[in-house]
Design a protein around this ligand. Sequence first.
Ligand SMILES: NC(=O)C1=CN([C@@H]2O[C@H](COP(=O)(O)OP(=O)(O)OC[C@H]3O[C@@H](n4cnc5c(N)ncnc54)[C@H](OP(=O)(O)O)[C@@H]3O)[C@@H](O)[C@H]2O)C=CC1
Ligand SMILES: O=C1CO[C@H](CO)[C@@H](O)[C@@H]1O
Length: 288
Amino acid sequence: MVELKNINSIYHLNNGVKIPCVGYGTFRTPADVAERAVADAIDVGYRLIDTATVYGNEEAVGKGIKDSGIDRHRLFVTTKLWNDHRGYQKAKEAIDESLQRLQMDYFDLYLIHWPANQKQFGEEAAEINAQTWRAMEEAYHEGKIRALGLSNFMPHHIVELMKTAEVAPAVDQIEVHPGWPHVEEVKYLQAHNILVEGWAPLGGQGAKVMTNETMLQLAEKYGKTAAQISLRWLIQRGVLPLPKSVHKERMVQNTQLFDFELSDEDMQMIDRLPNLGGQCADPDDVDF
Ligand SMILES: NC(=O)C1=CN([C@@H]2O[C@H](COP(=O)(O)OP(=O)(O)OC[C@H]3O[C@@H](n4cnc5c(N)ncnc54)[C@H](OP(=O)(O)O)[C@@H]3O)[C@@H](O)[C@H]2O)C=CC1
Ligand SMILES: O=C1CO[C@H](CO)[C@@H](O)[C@@H]1O
């Protein structure tokens, strides 16, 4: 068990690359806000920044990183390949285009945002994911990406990918928050030495996590906010949370997670919460 003291305590990915244990999310942060928000996030201490091509803010995120004045090598930057760039050739283009938009010459982590699925692609789904991965492996060997990963891949997608992959995925970013624990998937990923990143760790925009009665009671008990209880629950499960906020005081609040510990009983009480706004029921059923 790694001892975590603050948001920049590190995990080692399965290829040895170091990653901070809490990151900063940028979904729904519009481009005209993202530059300032990312600079603020870095100012309050975040070093892991999570964006994606589909968020439409890569360029602004890149500018915010430059504005922060922090050396690029002290940051951990993640972006993701969107669904319209699956396949070998398009994936190669997507990587270079994202590098340009973010104004950098490498990513610390690059993810396939969603698996090509059977519903949309039938028999070809696995081959499409394999070809996308092959392009990412080339970029990895060329030094454009320090670690390769997945997002919204369930164990069966990973089993399929591993039939052809030469580089094992280091990360899988999936939805994890109270009321959406993804128990079996987290167990599988951790058993296979794939770090789990939790998206929507506060339940996402407008979710019920932060107003849930049990969460509020626990907040009161520990002298914390429901947001902090939620993030701490992920951390104690070995899941790396990626909270998003455009408000500096909330950015700070979402880092103050290391001066308390949830008891086993309270962890289990959160484990048992009913669905509090889970968004991704089945990645094989989405058609975007
Ligand atoms: N791989 C994938 O498919 C996905 C990845 N992600 C990644 O995960 C990140 C986090 O997920 P996201 O959907 O943004 O949701 P989060 O669970 O991080 O919740 C964000 C919402 O909570 C609010 N908030 C943040 N901090 C607090 C606080 N301390 N108290 C009260 N409210 C708070 C924010 O509002 P405000 O900004 O106004 O403070 C925003 O409305 C994303 O930003 C993205 O990087 C997200 C979805 C899917
Ligand atoms: O990261 C995410 C948020 O935005 C996307 C679409 O708008 C989602 O599909 C995705 O999971």
